[in-house]
Design a protein around this ligand. Structure first.
Ligand code: URP
Ligand code: ZN
Ligand code: ZN
Length: 456
């Protein structure tokens, strides 16, 4: 089956131009002027911008957090992703029972995603303890298409510095990437208990108990350990504040290589003012929302290349149900918020249209860099011959008000209710098939495929 896309304006991480795209057998085979192929179906892009399908390398579908479970499974969550222009996700697997090998969670997640996902997907391993078996398994996980592992410096299965070092050294040896959730666990736990003991249990104390420096200190620590592990690749997830960004810039100024930084839309466009709202529980996530100055610093970090990736940390809990566990005490509220569907349009409308970043910078942060860092390239992340024909048509002239009503996630809210959005997604193609059109999902349950990712 051959398809030609006509009348679109292509945007990549480095250029933009008018051209036709020829697709055959799910792949882009040719990009050129006035392409004409007999027996090809023609799709009219109608003057839209054509971007690579976006890649979200930080989601938590069906995440089991003990006290509850994220409400999007791999079907609802990836339908939301598809309608929002995301055609590949790399999901962070949950912790398993204490002591399990890395492959235990891989087997669990295969079952969670197979037959459900509607976009292509991969998984990050989750290191919850370290011994020789786990270190050897990092290698076999990479051979199985999972060349990345996540380490938490807080929460139940946080790792100590020696184990962080061992993981980093091994991941460097095999050409893999270690992702870190950076917060100083002991300080955060102390502050949480201190606020609770003084009856300060309102949502704003969630933010007060996780100060900027608790994040920046942990980022600094991890970067130093990575440096001792001979510049082992480090990927900082959901970096949220200016102090952390300064730590990263300092390390790079001192010559440290292989540092990758991710932020998320919520840290770019929302502030801790949300914790004073009546519906503040919607915004309980870790790290917490910060100040307008932090948002500005993050936009600048994106524009000057200090930040490589914008992912979502999509981890939804119903406001009307699970989030209410925190109504009398913020420490009892499950952490996380939805965002997989909103990401692309938020970045375009709040970033590109408002002149904070360019289209190319947006494509780089949403598509090409995440695909490159996590081994999805050259199949995913760009518009070039040989890539999967994953494409998004964005109509820059349209606009709408973002509301929960138009979303596809199973969750009962969007954190961006009422936000004016400039631009609108018209069509989304996954491997040449139209899976979303004018906010309607047209794909098939289970048509997403596991992506075997490669090492760096
Ligand atoms: O609050 C958050 N971010 N929940 C999801 C798990 C994580 O820390 O990434
Ligand atoms: Zn995290
Ligand atoms: Zn996360």
């Amino acid at each position: 089956m051959k398809t030609i896309i006509k009348n679109g304006h292509i945007f990549t991480e480095s250029e933009d131009y008018q051209a036709d795209i020829l697709i055959q057998d799910e792949k882009i085979v040719c990009i050129g002027q006035n392409l004409c192929v007999e027996d090809a179906r023609v799709i009219d892009a109608g003057g839209c911008y054509i971007l690579p399908g976006a890649v979200d390398v930080h989601t938590h579908m069906d995440l089991d957090v003990g006290i509850s479970r994220a409400v999007d499974d791999f079907y609802d969550g990836t339908v939301a992703a598809a309608c929002g222009g995301t055609t590949s996700i790399v999901d962070h697997m949950a912790f398993g029972p204490a002591g399990v090998p890395l492959h235990h969670q891989f087997e669990v997640y295969k079952k969670l995603a197979e037959g459900k996902a509607v976009v292509d997907y991969g998984f990050h391993g989750t290191a919850q303890h370290v011994n020789e078996e786990i270190l050897n398994e990092l290698e076999t996980m990479a051979e199985d298409g999972i060349p990345s592992v996540k380490v938490y410096l807080t929460y139940g299965f946080k790792l100590n510095d020696a184990d962080v070092f061992r993981i980093l050294r091994k991941m460097k040896e095999i050409g893999g990437v270690t992702a870190f959730h950076c917060e100083n666990h002991d300080v955060v736990e102390f502050l949480k208990q201190d606020f609770r003991s003084r009856g300060k249990t309102a949502p704003i104390y969630h933010a007060r108990s996780r100060p900027n420096l608790a994040e920046a200190e942990a980022v600094d620590r991890v970067l130093n350990i990575a440096r001792m592990a001979e510049d082992a690749p480090v990927y900082i997830v959901h970096l949220s504040c200016k102090e952390s960004l300064e730590v990263v810039r300092d390390a790079r100024r001192h010559g440290q290589k292989n540092i990758f930084v991710e932020t998320c839309p919520q840290y770019l466009v929302l502030t801790e003012e949300c914790y004073h709202r009546e519906d503040a529980l919607k915004y309980i996530m870790s790290p917490p929302l910060r100040t307008a100055q932090d948002c500005e610093a993050l936009w600048e970090g994106l524009a000057d290349g200090s930040i490589q990736v914008v992912a979502t940390d999509h981890c939804p809990f119903h406001y009307g149900k699970e989030k209410q566990m925190g109504k009398d005490d913020f420490t009892a509220c499950p952490n996380g918020a939805p965002g997989v569907e909103e990401r692309l349009m938020l970045l375009y409308s709040e970033g590109v249209v408002k002149g904070k970043i360019t289209m190319s910078q947006m494509v780089k942060a949403l598509c090409t860099e995440p695909a490159r860092i996590y081994g999805l390239c050259p199949k995913k992340g760009g518009i070039w011959p040989g890539a999967d024909a994953d494409l998004v048509f964005l109509d820059p002239k349209a606009g709408y008000v973002m509301t929960h009503e138009q979303m596809h996630s199973a969750v009962d809210y969007t954190a961006y209710e009422g936000m004016l959005i400039q631009g609108e997604i018209r069509q989304v193609l996954l491997r040449g098939n139209v899976i979303a059109k004018d906010n309607q999902f047209l794909g098939e349950k289970g048509s997403g495929r596991f992506i075997r990712r490669s090492t760096l």
